[in-house]
Design a protein around this ligand. Structure first.
Ligand code: SF4
Ligand code: SF4
Length: 695
């Protein structure tokens, strides 16, 4: 007895000390990051998040089979804490049981049920890993680039925890020291019941342990006594060893995920960008760093993100950049930053100088990786541990653009146009009212306080005002609003780009300049209700302008049209019959959760059959235009717009509809490149609606 106490406690003390030191070091490392404001969202919000995402495994369960396997493994580990308590108790007293509940059959059942469930889940994980092995599927595998050896080691260690648990419980049954045995506490050896007799008196609720006891019973009580001690010590050793392994591997997420999820942005790290650095040049000193160029520029939340990644590859498998052959994988990006963080740990913890340290781009993150991102948000949406990839990417772009003046050459023209002409194409404000010529009614151009009888300010956006295809959307939207009796006006030449492409490119300074100018104009005319046609304008004005003093009620035209249809103010015609598929613009759908309204508008049209693409709603696939990619060359891999358009064409629809002028342009280009523009049209939902009215 003394020997097992000494061995059991000795192993525990050694392994727990190693793991504890590592966790303490990690916490210091993460806390060395920059402040991350607004991370504590109140007890109620955090509790809700923990219940839904950690306990309920909401995100993981979206992937049904691996989600269920993870659900049972996570809950198995949690509930099997009782067996760890029993194991340590048994070191001191073979007949130990947990006070009050220790002999209840339901506890024996729960323990055995979850031990079995974890074993089954491990088999499922093994099959998934073999089926998706990168050696078979290469880049298509979500595990491509993950640390595969560590993953297999973890599966092995978890299975050893369960196997040794069931073995020592089986031996306990055969020696009469199992908590769920009638008259437990019988002292062997003979004269006394045999191992078979002891086994049959054990509760059948602990079904798995009893099966193992049946296998061991022929060995007799004496041998089982030895096995009981050996497997008990092995179980404790594997558990303590697993703790050390977790502390040094990607399985850190077991402990870090609940923390990371608790301090993540709510309801999700999409929509507006997180940080709004103070771009007031009066506060800038020679030490000011814009964005993140070296590890110390990241916040503690970002460092926690890097440490929490499980390398599951869900983000990688949905990334439009990765799946079309670009070098950007959000998983590999986070893993690269984590490696850099650990490599920089001594400097970060000692506060040493970083003057001679290479910048993250290009040493850790290749420029092609950084500039491939469309900021579509699929990675953030899928990540089960709430890592905020887009914020990290934009922070690195900020550093590249504002500190180093390094960015794709073609983007220079975009920035210059925005700066000088107020729009990405450089066409100038005088062109902004040209689209109005197509209307046969007057739209007031607001040049002073908005008259009381005008309800909405229609924010047309650069594409709606200046691009030929975008203008068609603006014209149809205006006609539909007019038809429904909605009073609206436009700013005309006083409207300017919201600054979204500059912000997503990393030029925070230009964004803030443009945003502040727009906010001043909007405040000057007294704008209260704004309807925007472009999801990028909508997102920026709704989610980012408030941080700069612009508080307006902003809706997207899909929302307004849906409301007008629902209230009977806008009645569809019957002139169109056909099949329509709807492409979710990332900044309307995933970033702002406007999924139903555009579909409601289409569904209201008699004769329209709607078909969904496989990747729709939250899983909608990007058109390739976001993150200022619209104005950059796409020279690596397949074109994102071709990939998406092929998916749309495969539905057999004769109209590909959307609710974003940028998506329209990208999809239309791809339909033409496919030579399908005679049979298939790309249209805004307002155009589809209008088509139903044509006589
Ligand atoms: S935002 Fe989209 S493009 Fe960028 S890394 Fe995430 S999934 Fe890939
Ligand atoms: S970032 Fe999230 S989704 Fe991507 S591999 Fe890591 S844990 Fe998985």
């Amino acid at each position: 007895m003394l020997a097992r106490i000494i061995i059991g406690l000795g192993i525990t003390v050694v392994f727990f000390t190693i793991a504890g030191r590592r966790f303490y070091w990690l916490s210091k490392l993460i806390r060395s990051g920059q402040p991350a404001p607004r991370r504590w969202q109140g007890f109620r919000q955090v509790s809700e998040t923990e219940v839904v995402e950690v306990a309920g495994q909401k995100k993981l369960l979206k992937w049904t089979v691996p989600g269920l396997a993870h659900f049972f493994t996570m809950w198995g580990f949690t509930l099997l804490m009782t067996t760890i308590l029993e194991a340590y108790g048994s070191l001191f007293d073979r007949d130990f049981n947990i006070p009050l509940i220790g002999r209840d059959n339901w506890l024996g059942f729960i323990e055995d049920f979850f031990a079995t469930a974890v074993l089954v889940s491990l088999v499922v994980f093994t099959i998934i890993r073999i089926k998706n092995a990168p050696s078979r599927k290469e880049r298509e595998s979500r595990f491509y680039g993950s640390h595969l050896g560590a993953a297999w080691a973890v599966l092995f260690m978890i299975s050893m925890v369960i196997v040794t648990l069931l073995l020592y419980r089986g031996a306990q049954i055969d020696t009469g020291h199992f908590p769920f045995t009638r008259n437990a506490g019988f002292t062997s050896p003979a004269p006394g019941p045999s191992a078979h007799q002891l086994m049959s008196s054990a509760s059948s609720w602990a079904f798995a342990s009893k099966i193992v006891a049946g296998w061991l019973a022929p060995l007799g009580v004496g041998v089982n006594s030895v096995l009981e001690a050996v497997f008990l010590l092995l179980n404790i050793s594997v558990i303590a060893g697993f703790l050390v392994f977790v502390a040094y591997s990607k399985h850190l997420h077991i402990f870090l995920a609940p923390i990371n999820v608790g301090v993540s942005r709510r309801p999700r790290a999409l929509g507006g960008l997180d940080k709004t650095p103070d771009m007031d040049m009066e506060n800038v000193t020679e030490d000011t760093v814009f964005g993140a160029g070296k590890m110390e520029d990241f916040t503690w939340k970002q460092m926690l993100d890097f440490s929490t990644c499980t390398e599951c590859g869900r983000c990688q498998s949905v990334c439009p950049a990765w799946t079309t052959g670009k070098p950007l994988s959000p998983k590999l990006l986070i893993m690269g930053l984590r490696d850099n963080m650990f490599a920089s740990a001594d400097r970060l913890l000692s506060g040493g100088s970083n003057t001679d340290v290479a910048t993250l781009v290009p040493t850790t993150i290749d420029p092609d990786v950084l500039w491939s991102c469309t900021t579509c948000g699929s990675c953030v949406e899928q990540c089960p541990v709430d890592i905020e990839h887009v914020d990290a990417i934009i922070d690195m772009r900020r550093f590249e653009v504002m500190m180093e003046s390094r960015f794709p050459t073609e983007a220079a023209l975009l920035l210059r146009n925005m700066e000088n002409q107020g729009d990405p194409w450089g066409l100038g404000s005088s062109q902004r009212t040209k689209w109005l010529d197509a209307l046969d009614f007057e739209v007031p151009i607001i040049d002073g306080p908005i008259p009381e009888d005008i309800e909405y300010l229609y924010w047309v956006g650069c594409a709606g005002s200046l691009d030929e295809r975008g203008r068609k959307q603006a014209v149809s939207t205006a006609r539909m609003l007019h038809r429904a009796g909605v009073s609206f006006g436009v700013l005309g030449s006083r409207e300017s780009c919201t600054g979204d492409p500059a912000r997503r490119m990393g030029n925070e300074y230009l964004f803030q300049e443009m945003a502040k100018a727009n906010i001043a104009t909007l405040n000057e005319v007294g704008a209260k209700k704004i309807v925007a046609s472009c999801p990028h304008c909508f997102n920026t004005m709704k989610n980012e302008y408030p941080g700069l003093g612009g508080d307006f009620e902003v809706i997207h035209h899909a929302q307004l049209l849906s409301h007008l249809v629902a209230t009977g103010k806008l009645v569809p015609g019957v002139a169109y019959e056909g099949t329509v598929t709807y492409h979710d613009p990332c900044y309307l759908g995933r970033h702002n959760r406007v999924f139903d309204e555009p579909r409601n508008v289409l569904d209201a049209i008699p004769g329209v059959t709607t078909v969904e693409m496989g990747r729709c709603r939250e899983k909608g696939f990007c058109c390739g235009a976001g993150g200022a990619r619209m104005w950059m060359e796409e020279t690596i891999g397949k074109r994102v717009n071709m990939d998406r358009t092929n998916e749309a064409l495969n539905t057999g629809a004769d109209i590909i509809s959307t609710a974003c002028p940028f998506c329209m342009i990208m999809l239309d280009d791809a339909v033409k490149a496919n030579g399908r523009d005679e049979e298939v049209s790309v249209m805004d939902i307002s155009q589809v609606f209008e088509r139903s009215l044509q006589s």
